[in-house]
Design a protein around this ligand. Structure first.
Ligand code: SF4
Length: 290
């Protein structure tokens, strides 16, 4: 399994990362407002591309996670108190950067009795107060399977509710520390049932962790049955030495085959490619252009 990481990355994974004036300006705006982004915390390879147009995925509830997944480079340890000014800060950034669409995610907060769902509610409510027409997408943790927490978030004025299963059932226990594949499917199923078509339910998967085609086929059927209608699929890249090694680099044409398989399983919108991340081109996927 180690071999994949020791080889040089294939040509299709050598992405230019130009740091333009616009990227620096938006990074500075984010820092001045005291905000965190998963783009920076997770060292996303698309950062330059997304931030050049102002796009970023805001990480609320601090930047310290209570879990320690083996694919993720977000800091873990003792989390900080939720910041009541976070919603206002994001609203300000949306105005300054002129965004029409924003994605909000969080670290996992198993320490909070409501899993952080109340903070999601106050952040979204505050953003909506300032921006009634902006598209809003959330990517939530599993709230330890608390359905009242899922309901609290689904009931907010959102366009997309996202929760990532990250990998196939067969690898989940090894890769997602503290999570449970069936619990994640329950979260998605509850969100779809509660929303009743009012919003899109979305999930995300990394490939190249050692999963098989058959296992992915099973996952697509599980997600479709849960009511997921939008899916992102991208290559897993090892974010640091402590993280899991890459098992295989999937060529671009295989991503297209996987997208076709996901669509035939019943998932309407699929964005699939080596550099796709769960919030990559989020607005385009939402508008059906993904
Ligand atoms: S793909 Fe998502 S996490 Fe990565 S830089 Fe773009 S908005 Fe940020």
């Amino acid at each position: 399994v180690q071999v994949g990481d020791q080889r040089a990355r294939p040509a299709w994974l050598r992405k230019e990362k130009p740091v333009t004036g616009a990227v620096l300006q938006n990074k500075t705006r984010i820092a001045r407002l005291g905000l965190h982004t998963v783009c920076e915390s997770a060292r996303c390879p698309n950062l330059s591309e997304c931030m050049a147009s102002g796009n970023a995925t805001f990480l609320i509830l601090g930047d310290v996670c209570t879990r320690r997944c083996r694919f993720c480079s977000v800091r873990h340890g003792v989390p900080v108190e939720p910041d009541p000014a976070e919603g206002e800060g994001i609203a300000r950034y949306i105005a300054d950067a002129g965004l029409r669409y924003a994605v909000i995610t969080s670290v996992t907060r198993d320490d909070l009795p409501d899993g952080g769902s109340g903070h999601f509610a106050s952040v979204i409510t505050e953003i909506r107060r300032h921006h009634p027409a902006v598209g809003l997408e959330v990517l939530t943790p599993d709230f330890m399977g608390r359905l009242d927490a899922v309901d609290r978030v689904v009931d907010l004025p959102l366009q997309v509710f996202g929760h990532n299963v990250e990998t196939v059932r067969q690898l989940s226990g090894r890769i997602r520390c503290g999570a449970d594949h069936s619990r994640s499917l329950c979260v998605l199923e509850r969100a779809a049932a509660r929303a009743g078509g009012r919003l899109i339910v979305k999930s995300g998967v990394m490939v190249g962790l050692g999963e098989t085609r058959e296992e992915l086929g099973g996952l697509f059927r599980e997600l479709a049955a849960a009511g997921v209608s939008a899916l992102t699929m991208g290559q897993y890249l090892r974010p640091g030495r402590d993280s899991l090694p890459v098992a295989r680099y999937i060529p671009p044409e295989e991503f297209q085959e996987l997208a076709a398989a996901a669509r035939s399983a019943g998932i309407a919108s699929v964005l699939s490619g080596p550099y796709v991340r769960s919030s990559y081109l989020a607005e385009a996927l939402y508008r059906g252009q993904g």
